[in-house]
Design a protein. Structure first.
Length: 292
């Protein structure tokens, strides 16, 4: 009886080891794949490894926004159809933003927030012991940049927030030059095309009379999901590299010394765009070194 029980226990142990081994192998493979995926995702989010500039920099940026009024006629018609001919509609401004309001008599029956989108930037970018660059960029044809006023606008806007040395532009006249809208690049990492689409892009080279350095300032509006927003560092570097190539291809345009990327994305359900700003030094071989 004891010998039979011993044989039975050994057979059960052998059977168990044979059944566990394939499962364990699958677990190890799955864990390795998950680990590799996690590392790849972390590298995309942090955009590592990437060269860093040996110089220090400072930047400050403010945006101009406009309300999206494209749906207001549709909302007005829908309100009349839903609440009757006595329904009235209007736009209400408050500390929470701009809101569309439908009212019947003295009663508010419906409200909708207006969405806002960025149409321009005003900012300053200082490279320590090198140069300070004021910049202004508009993607709204109705609100073109007036180059003669950029420096005064920057000084007035950032006088209380930026270091004094960042606003020392000398007596030279700064102006945007070689402005155009480049084609979007191939991003080259595994995302569905619907998750990453450049809707609008515009770039300008900021230069001054007699100044030795130039800065390329670019804007891109990206139709992005939450996952793409996490990759703003990587997306901006790819965009910035493509903008440098696009600018160099323009007649009489030389390689810029620095490049700034302003990336506008809007999360699902949000009324406002979120801006990511990244700044890079353009090296002789056209590789980009990021400013920390």
């Amino acid at each position: 009886m004891q010998r039979a029980a011993g044989i039975s226990a050994a057979a059960m142990a052998l059977s168990l080891s044979q059944s566990v081994t394939p499962v364990l192998k699958k677990v190890i493979v799955a864990a390795a794949l998950c680990g590799a995926a996690a590392i790849s995702a972390a590298l995309l989010v942090t955009d590592w490894p990437v060269p860093h500039s040996r110089r220090t920099g400072y930047f400050d940026v403010t945006t101009s926004e406009k309300a999206d009024l494209s749906h207001i006629d549709e909302w007005n018609r829908a309100a009349k159809a839903k609440y009757g001919p006595d329904a009235s509609t209007y736009a209400s401004m408050s500390s929470h933003g701009l809101t569309w309001v439908a009212r019947v008599g003295d009663k508010v029956v419906e409200t909708r927030p207006f969405g806002f989108s960025v149409y321009g930037f005003l900012g300053v970018f200082m490279v320590s012991n090198v140069e300070s660059f004021p910049f202004e960029l508009s993607i709204e044809p109705k609100d073109p940049v007036e180059p003669g006023q950029t420096v005064d606008k920057v000084k007035a806007r950032f006088a209380k927030t930026a270091p004094a040395e960042a606003l020392e532009f000398g007596n030279r006249e700064w102006r945007p030059a070689h402005c155009h809208s480049p084609k979007p690049p191939e991003f080259g990492f595994p995302l569905y095309s619907s998750d990453l689409r450049v809707d609008t892009s515009s770039i300008c080279l900021m230069q001054s009379d007699g100044g030795p350095y130039t800065a390329l300032v670019g804007f891109a509006r990206v139709d992005a999901s939450f996952w793409v927003r996490l990759l703003s560092r990587k997306v901006c570097r790819i965009l910035a590299a493509s903008w440098v190539e696009s600018m160099i291809s323009q007649p009489n345009a030389k390689r810029p010394d620095y490049v700034a990327c302003m990336l506008a994305t809007k999360a699902g359900g949000s009324e406002r765009e979120v801006i990511a700003a990244r700044f890079f030094e353009v090296r002789d071989d056209k590789t980009l070194a990021v400013f920390d």
